[in-house]
Design a protein around this ligand. Structure first.
Ligand SMILES: CC(C)(COP(=O)(O)OP(=O)(O)OC[C@H]1O[C@@H](n2cnc3c(N)ncnc32)[C@H](O)[C@@H]1OP(=O)(O)O)[C@@H](O)C(=O)NCCC(=O)NCCS
Length: 170
C-alpha cells in the first residue's frame, strides 16, 4: 500500500501531490506553510522535492488510491560525512478523508524500513506541540528530547511550540 516513489513518479503525479499538500495546509497542519496555499506554490514545493530526490538526498513515500495521493512522508538524508548515518522524517501528511485508518503508522513503518535499507540508523522528527502527530510520535516510541517555544507560526498567525524527537533504529 505504501510505495517509494521515484522523482519521475512524483513528477507524473505532481497535481495529486499538490492537492494533498493543499489539503494538509487547509487542515491547519504546521508543515512549513500558512494557508491559503496556492496550487502554483504547492507545485513549486514538489518541484523542489523532486530536485532533492534527483540529488539523492530525499526519499518520498506515498499511498496512491484511485490516482489520488492520500498520504505521504519524506526521508531527508543527511549528506555530510559525519552525519550520513542519520535522516529526518518530514512532511508526514494524510488526506483528511483518509485519516484514522492507520495510514500514518504505515507510512512511518515504511519510512523506517527504507532508512534501514539505506544504512540510516538514527531518525529525527519534529512536530507541533499539541497536534495529532505528537500523539503519533509518542505512540510509535520516539524519544522526545526537547521542546522549543514559539518555534513556528500557526494558521491563525500565533506562534506555537515544537517538540523534537529521535529514534535509533535497531
Ligand atoms: C498526523 C497525521 C499524519 C495522522 O495521520 P493518520 O493516518 O490519521 O494517523 P493514524 O491513523 O496512523 O493514527 C496513528 C496514531 O496517531 C495518533 N493520532 C492520529 N490522529 C489523531 C487525532 N486526531 N487525535 C488523537 N490522536 C491521533 C493516535 O495515537 C493514532 O493511533 P490510534 O488510531 O491507534 O489511536 C494526520 O492527522 C495529518 O496529516 N495531520 C496534518 C499534518 C500534520 O500535522 N503532520 C505532522 C507533521 S510532522
Amino acid at each position: 500500500m505504501v510505495e517509494a516513489l521515484t522523482a519521475a513518479e512524483v513528477e507524473r503525479r505532481i497535481g495529486a501531490f499538490a492537492a494533498l499538500l493543499m489539503d494538509a495546509v487547509d487542515s491547519g497542519a504546521s508543515i512549513g506553510f500558512v494557508p491559503p496555499l496556492s496550487e502554483a506554490e504547492a507545485r513549486r514545493y514538489w518541484h523542489s522535492v523532486i530536485a532533492a530526490q534527483r540529488e539523492g538526498r530525499r526519499v518520498v513515500l506515498g499511498v496512491v488510491e484511485n490516482d489520488a495521493v492520500i498520504g505521504s512522508v519524506q526521508l531527508d538524508l543527511e549528506m555530510r560525512a559525519n552525519g550520513n548515518h542519520r535522516a529526518e522524517a518530514m512532511k508526514l501528511f494524510v488526506h483528511r478523508s483518509a485519516r484514522r485508518r492507520g495510514l500514518a503508522r504505515a507510512l512511518m513503518a515504511a519510512l523506517e524500513d527504507e532508512a534501514r535499507r539505506l544504512g540510516r540508523t538514527l531518525i529525527l522528527m519534529d512536530t507541533r506541540k499539541g497536534g495529532e502527530a505528537e500523539k503519533l510520535c509518542d505512540s510509535l516510541g520516539y524519544t522526545r528530547w526537547g521542546e522549543v517555544p514559539d518555534y513556528a507560526r500557526n494558521a491563525d498567525g500565533r506562534l506555537h511550540a515544537t517538540v523534537f524527537y529521535f529514534r535509533r533504529l535497531g
